[in-house]
Design a binder for this molecule. Structure first.
Ligand SMILES: [Zn+2]
Length: 332
């Protein structure tokens, strides 16, 4: 499931490739035909991400709200300009590791940080994972324009040179500016939207008065925006915190530490396109971790494997019907 970093990357992709241009909009699948008809021919004005929600503004105060949910993804085709914050000075795609070393982009074997497809993994992405040199490769072998529709495309936004296809979202609807404000008002702070100090205060004051387990509070989008299953498990491990601890029993210092960790991890996630949650890796370990999900997490997806710190078997349990991974020894 796409977590907050993916949605921010999608918004930046829209900002670079769609905003400022007039779009042709259609719903090849038909389920968003009326909405697409309203968007068709309008200029895109602004792209904004808050947590897991993306808002795209069009002329005349028409807004599109998209929530990818568990299975949604955007696929981009044609000319795709990368966000400058993730491109290095020499124009090639680059990434910075936690030590500040500039490294060439390493693409994940499962397509998690693909430039042309952001969201839930799907089979059509296998080809992307074979790309090794970064930008443009996908565009060069697309002979047909516009690209043929593949699968259930809810919404296609098309400029002269770029195509964005949305498949499988939980929400795709038009909103008025007031409705957008209402939606955003219900969301907890997002480190890339809200002032960090204000965000930290909001998050801390809510968590510290709730009897709810911290493992649930981190996933509650009204408490904090953008954290999903992977970041939740990893952040709790990094804080050595038992997921069942009621929010109000977590110390003020630890809650603030969680917020600051989220600020840090989200920034890394947006830059690399991956949920990199391990620090201080040497270049070789970093490269391996970027290429394979199994090498970049402390506890996520490691049920039964020995904890990287203490060797205890990582536990998998269901918490509010989502999988939770944690080390019962390190996170007492
Ligand atoms: Zn452990």
């Amino acid at each position: 499931m796409p977590e907050g970093h993916s949605v921010h990357r999608i918004a930046r992709q829209f900002d670079r490739n769609i905003v400022g241009r007039r779009v042709g909009a259609s719903s090849p699948q038909g389920r968003f035909a009326e909405g697409a008809a309203v968007l068709d021919g309008r200029e895109a004005i602004e792209a904004r991400a808050v947590g897991k929600q993306m808002f795209l503004a069009f002329e005349d105060d028409v807004w599109l709200r998209v929530h990818l949910g568990m299975y949604g993804a955007w696929d981009f085709a044609g000319e795709i300009a990368a966000d400058p914050t993730i491109a290095s000075a020499n124009g090639r795609m680059g990434q910075t590791n936690q030590r500040g070393t500039q490294l060439d982009v390493v693409f994940d074997s499962a397509g998690e940080n693909s430039l042309s497809s952001i969201g839930a993994p799907r089979r059509s992405r296998v080809r992307m994972s074979e790309q090794t040199t970064g930008l443009g490769d996908d565009a060069t072998d697309t002979a047909e324009w516009p690209p043929p529709v593949v699968g259930q495309v809810r919404l296609r936004l098309l400029t002269d040179v770029t195509c964005a296809d949305l498949r499988g979202p939980t929400a795709c609807r038009l909103q008025t500016p007031d409705e957008v404000q209402e939606t955003i008002a219900k969301l907890g702070p997002d480190p890339l939207v809200d002032d960090s100090t204000t965000g930290e205060e909001r998050f801390t004051s809510v968590v510290r008065r709730k009897p709810t387990p911290i493992g649930l509070l981190l996933m509650d989008q009204s408490v904090v925006s953008g954290i999903g299953n992977v970041y939740r498990a990893e952040m709790l491990f990094r804080a050595r915190l038992n997921p069942h601890t009621p929010g109000r029993e977590v110390s003020d210092e630890t809650v603030r530490g969680l917020w600051r960790d989220w600020v840090r991890l989200l920034a890394i996630g947006v830059e690399t396109g991956q949920m990199m949650t391990m620090d201080d890796l040497d270049p070789e370990a970093w490269r391996r971790a970027m290429a394979h999900r199994d090498d970049r997490h402390w506890v996520y997806h490691r049920a039964g494997l020995p904890c990287r710190v203490c060797g205890t078997a990582i536990v998998l349990e269901e918490m509010a019907s989502r999988k939770l991974y944690w080390c019962p020894n390190c996170q007492r």
